[in-house]
Design a protein around this ligand. Structure first.
Ligand SMILES: NC(=O)c1ccc[n+]([C@@H]2O[C@H](COP(=O)([O-])OP(=O)(O)OC[C@H]3O[C@@H](n4cnc5c(N)ncnc54)[C@H](O)[C@@H]3O)[C@@H](O)[C@H]2O)c1
Length: 316
């Protein structure tokens, strides 16, 4: 019997709204075989989505296998794990309100990931993002280069879209980056923001840029208020861009929650920073020259993240 591993394997931990969309994107982009995992009480959803997507592949012409399971053993040997396990926000809730429910879930995921997928590249999406990715890495004792959080790609996408609409230009030409924690004090970096090299401030008034920054910071909440639950299309596409950069060694420079060991003046903290993602995982954390105002905003954001991480550490 051949033990040749022909395709990459991607395990999606949580088969809810984002998990299902992740599976669809992985299949569509032919990234590898997909395992959709959920708890036993939701295994029918995981299996049902997997079957629906395999039937979809029969039309789309994708050959990857998609399976649903509640058995961690089926995730063994995964190259990438993307974690959405937990609950999303409801209207009126902040991401930090989720910590009590999502913390034990992330610890359960960390223990199983360590046991079954010790070599995987791990992308955490569950909220509150920066604290959950910190805890997953700490609890599992993983190499921090192989564990990142997804938030900055999504927040930057929201920022880019609003800027493009305001300037009446293609979103493809907007280069914008949102750093810091995935909370209401995230840091849109105007000093690094251009529309294909043209400073955004030359095309959009300061007043409108300020309004766009406010809308970006509340971008997740705007969708929660509309739908009663959080966004899932753009979060899934964001995480798949990160997974693809790792799997295909694309070395994309993306804003990711990465473990800081002194970069930007912060230590033992996960927070959104520009990262080169390649086959080595976090291959480089890029330190931008920030303005004094941006440094102050980053310090405020880091303080908020540290507050939640302290709560998590105390209950360890
Ligand atoms: N980082 C970001 O930018 C971002 C963006 C949007 C949503 N989120 C977060 O992502 C998470 C998932 O959102 P969603 O809309 O997919 O939620 P969802 O409720 O649709 O799906 C979550 C799934 O996790 C499963 N689950 C619970 N405990 C589990 C465990 N121990 N192991 C495996 N699976 C488990 C649930 O049964 C459920 O099916 C939420 O915490 C949400 O706040 C983050």
């Amino acid at each position: 019997m051949s033990n040749t591993k022909s395709r990459k394997k991607i395990a999606l931990i949580g088969a809810g709204n984002i998990g299902g969309e992740l599976a669809a994107l992985c299949a569509h982009r032919q990234l590898g075989d997909v395992v959709l995992f959920d708890i036993p009480g939701r295994v029918g959803v995981a299996k049902g989505k997997a079957l629906d997507l395999e039937q979809n592949s029969a039309i789309a012409g994708n050959d990857a296998k998609i399976t649903g399971t509640s058995d961690w053993a089926d995730c063994a040997g995964s190259d990438v794990l993307i974690i959405t396990a937990g609950i999303p926000r409801k209207p009126g809730q902040s991401r930090d309100d989720l910590v009590a429910i999502n913390l034990p879930i992330i610890r359960d995921v960390a223990d199983n990931a360590k046991k079954h997928c010790p070599d995987a590249f791990i992308i955490v999406i569950s909220n509150p993002l920066d604290a959950m990715v910190y805890e997953l890495m700490r609890r599992g004792g993983f190499d921090a280069k192989k564990v990142v959080g997804m938030a900055g790609v999504l927040d930057s996408a929201r920022f880019s879209l609003f800027l493009a609409r305001e300037a009446n230009v293609s979103v493809k030409d907007v280069r914008a980056m949102v750093l810091g924690g995935h909370g209401d004090d995230m840091v849109p970096v105007m000093s690094a923001c251009t529309i294909n090299g043209v400073r955004a401030g030359e095309l959009i008034s300061k007043e409108r840029i300020d309004a766009i920054i406010t809308r970006t910071r509340k971008g997740g909440g705007e969708i929660v208020e509309l739908m009663g639950t959080s966004a899932y299309y753009a979060p899934a596409t964001s995480a798949v861009a990160m997974a693809e950069s790792y799997l295909l060694d694309q070395k994309r420079l993306l804003p990711c929650a990465a473990y800081l060991t002194g970069e930007y003046g912060y230590k033992d903290l996960y927070m959104g920073v520009p990262v080169v993602l390649g086959a080595g995982g976090v291959e480089k954390i890029v330190e931008l020259t920030l303005t004094d105002e941006e440094k102050t905003m980053l310090a405020k954001s880091a303080k908020s993240v540290q507050g939640i991480v302290d709560v998590v550490k105390k209950s360890a």
